[in-house]
Design a protein around this ligand. Structure first.
Ligand code: ADP
Ligand code: MG
Length: 197
């Protein structure tokens, strides 16, 4: 069976650090409330398990952010181009006071720090050391250039839903009003090759 559960994820949970300085930004950096946010992580290059763990450690060090749950890790076949290796995928729950756009930027910086090629050189859905997606950001519905939340592919991708269901089966999609476990029940194996533009 290709879809194997690799092993139970064990992550170190670190205390949030205070931001050293507030950067100038056109968008708000912080919310007054901590938000429950669900992330999807994937890696199919390098030491894949180490990539996931390093990404989680880095996420836990973001200002105003705590990792509160991490799913098991699953090995899954690639979506899109098939001439690439299998992925390791997992989901994580964080609580953060970072605003959504600021969180996205911080996650993209972590992707770059861990070796993911810059946007202009990498293939869409091509191999990557680490991919970090914001699946859900509280109940927020966001549609901005570079950030769509809930993530438009989350409710159809087995490799997202399976680990997410391990940590958040009853969480509701704020637009489709469907629970994670219900999406998973309706998702075929292997994952459908739907398109996220
Ligand atoms: P996918 O996330 O569908 O696997 P990619 O990782 O190749 O595909 O897409 C990356 C692009 O998706 C980035 O340019 C990023 O700005 C954009 N994007 C839009 N919404 C989100 C989101 N919720 N989480 C992560 N990336 C997002
Ligand atoms: Mg992505």
């Amino acid at each position: 069976m290709f879809f194997q559960k690799v092993k139970l994820g064990i992550v170190s949970i670190k205390q949030p650090i205070r931001p050293r300085s507030r950067q100038q930004s056109a968008v708000p950096l912080y919310n007054t409330l901590m938000q429950d946010v669900y992330l999807g992580l994937g890696s199919n290059l390098g030491d894949r398990e180490a990539m996931l763990r390093e990404a989680l450690d880095a996420i836990g060090l973001l200002p105003g952010t705590v990792v509160v749950a991490a799913s098991p890790i699953y090995e899954t076949p690639p979506m899109g181009p098939q001439d690439q290796g299998a992925y390791l995928n997992m989901a994580a729950q964080i609580q953060t006071s970072l605003a959504a756009v600021a969180l996205m930027r911080a996650l993209q910086q972590i992707e770059c720090d861990l070796g993911r090629a810059k946007n202009e050189t990498r293939q869409h859905w091509g191999p990557r050391e680490i991919d970090i997606d914001i699946l859900l950001y509280g109940d927020s519905v966001i549609d901005e250039p570079g950030l769509t939340v809930p993530h438009p592919g989350m409710h159809q991708r087995w490799f997202v839903l399976k680990p997410l269901c391990d940590i958040a089966p009853d969480v509701l999609h704020p637009v489709l009003k469907t629970r994670v476990k219900e999406f998973l029940q309706a998702t075929e194996l292997p994952d459908s090759q739907e398109v996220f533009p």
